[in-house]
Design a protein around this ligand. Structure first.
Ligand code: HEC
Ligand code: HEC
Ligand code: HEC
Ligand code: HEC
Ligand code: HEC
Length: 220
């Protein structure tokens, strides 16, 4: 049978196929890494409104619970209802183009479609109230939110990271009333007296650290 391709053309064809395959694999891995980057530390997402925690928390001094209203009582912290923004933005920046999606949301009754920044896989159980009521501060898991012009993850929420604390949570706990304070770097557990740590621990009722590393605590 006559050869369709010369030997050198055949080599070139092989090279081309290999290159195409390489590009394909590269693209798939690239896309995968990119999607996975939703959890990357410091990675900012475009939002329908460029809401700034730096302005609203750091600048205006609003407490987290003003907007994330269910953080102490439910597994989810919750994202703010539009009328909470309108408490102020019906008075200030009322015609700003940047706030148009907020006004539309209020008029239509449809929530602002915020894009999620920190998210766990579905097979992991997490509960905000369980942490907040025991005195685990927001800043430990979400970082210096008060310094973020746009929200970015501070940790990648790997299992090992959760377990690091679950093995010995006590030094990481704060008085539950102060969980939303951001400047906890001022508080050094190593330099704190045993009494102070004990006081925090006593404030934390019914802590049961013995089951905190069981698989079914987080995988139910
Ligand atoms: C307690 C009052 C208050 C609430 C509640 C509030 N804002 Fe603001 N917002 C302000 C003030 C004041 C400014 C101007 C800040 C500045 O220029 O320093 C502002 C500015 C903004 C800006 C302009 C960009 C910036 O950060 O300077 C956007 C966008 C914005 N707010 C969105 C929102 C959204 C969305 C909500 C609801 C989740 C909200 N705000 C809730 C008071 C508020
Ligand atoms: C004025 C309202 C307001 C206040 C106060 C506020 N937030 Fe938010 N927060 C928002 C809005 C709106 C979003 C959604 C947009 C975004 O991701 O920036 C959000 C998103 C977040 C997210 C990302 C959630 C996700 O997975 O998408 C975290 C974490 C968060 N806030 C933590 C905090 C902490 C901690 C505080 C207090 C130090 C705080 N917020 C105070 C309005 C607020
Ligand atoms: C022990 C770590 C930890 C602490 C402490 C913590 N969070 Fe979170 N937060 C998470 C994790 C993990 C997620 C992702 C949950 C998921 O995807 O199921 C999350 C998600 C969120 C979200 C997204 C929306 C939602 O309803 O879950 C907001 C908003 C938020 N946290 C705010 C806060 C605020 C405000 C505080 C302090 C009052 C706080 N968090 C304390 C770990 C923590
Ligand atoms: C800085 C410390 C710390 C970190 C980080 C942390 N936890 Fe916890 N976690 C605690 C403490 C303290 C408790 C409460 C223990 C108790 O009540 O005995 C708790 C309790 C829990 C519970 C039990 C809730 C219930 O309903 O009883 C779950 C589930 C949980 N954590 C999941 C996670 C996951 C998932 C992560 C990582 C994304 C995480 N935690 C990160 C300190 C931490
Ligand atoms: C404190 C919470 C917590 C406890 C306790 C825990 N896990 Fe996880 N686990 C996580 C989180 C968060 C993830 C998702 C993030 C990641 O992949 O690291 C995860 C992921 C996993 C995965 C998927 C890993 C992968 O690479 O896809 C397996 C398997 C797993 N856990 C098994 C276990 C087993 C077995 C135990 C008990 C020895 C356990 N886990 C205890 C929080 C926990």
């Amino acid at each position: 049978m006559a050869q369709i391709f010369t030997a050198s053309a055949d080599t070139r064809l092989r090279a081309l196929i290999m290159a195409a395959l390489g590009v394909f694999v590269f693209t798939i891995t690239g896309a995968y890494t990119f999607v996975g980057a939703g959890h990357s530390v410091g990675w900012v997402r475009d939002q329908p409104v460029p809401f700034s925690h730096q302005h609203h928390v750091g600048g205006l001094g609003l407490d987290c619970r003003y907007c994330h209203t269910s953080v102490e009582t439910s597994s989810r912290a919750g994202l703010p209802a539009t009328h909470i923004c309108m408490t102020c933005h019906s008075q200030i920046w009322t015609n700003a183009e940047i706030l148009a999606p907020v006004r539309q949301s209020l008029a239509s009754g449809k929530p602002i479609p915020w894009r999620r920044v920190s998210r766990l896989p579905d097979y992991v159980y997490f509960n905000h109230a369980a942490h907040i009521t025991k005195g685990v501060p927001c800043v430990t898991c979400h970082g210096r939110v008060d310094q973020m012009p746009l929200m970015a993850p501070a940790h990648s929420f790997q299992m090992g990271w959760c377990l690091d604390c679950h093995r010995n949570p006590l030094p990481q706990l704060r008085p539950p009333a102060d969980v939303t304070r951001m400047d906890w770097t001022d508080w050094n557990p190593d330099a704190s007296s045993k009494e102070e740590i004990a006081r925090v621990a006593t404030a934390v009722k019914s802590l049961h650290p013995d089951t905190l590393t069981d698989c079914n605590t987080c995988h139910r």
